[in-house]
Design a protein around this ligand. Structure first.
Ligand SMILES: [Zn+2]
Length: 130
């Protein structure tokens, strides 16, 4: 899925990696479709980095727009995708009771079931001898 996106949107993606969980990949695709739509109307948009940072979807963008209003509209629509990510489990894509799991030092946006799995995985790791 990530490989396909990198290939399909190679004109926009200036990075070789999409560093987010599978649950957010559809939102990254939505962002790429949006960028492609604006690009087809004379704007130049490049994604320099796509990652998760402090439990949030983070896309570093370089953009040159035909007009300031066009830029404002684009970034507003991107904002809606970021907000959607904050309500979507990064691991499985569920939107049910999604919260920021801050039980480990690395915070993540997860649904209750993925939060539980993450806790179990941590426990298992702690039981393994070094
Ligand atoms: Zn989940």
């Amino acid at each position: 899925m990530k490989e396909e996106l990198l290939k399909k949107y190679e004109n926009i993606m200036q990075t070789k990696d999409i560093c987010v969980g599978d649950g957010w990949v559809p939102l990254v695709e939505q962002a790429l479709r949006l960028a492609e739509d604006y690009t087809s109307r004379g704007n130049i948009i490049r994604f320099l980095q796509v990652k998760e940072k402090f439990a949030a979807l983070c896309i570093h963008i370089s953009g040159k727009f035909t007009e300031n209003e066009v830029a404002s509209k684009f970034y507003k629509e991107m904002g809606e995708i970021y907000i959607a990510a904050s309500k979507t489990c990064e691991k499985c894509g569920s939107t049910e009771n999604v919260k920021i799991d801050d039980s480990a030092y690395w915070v993540k946006t997860l649904c209750p079931s993925c939060t539980e799995n993450r806790k179990q995985e941590r426990k298992t790791r702690q039981n393994v001898l070094p």
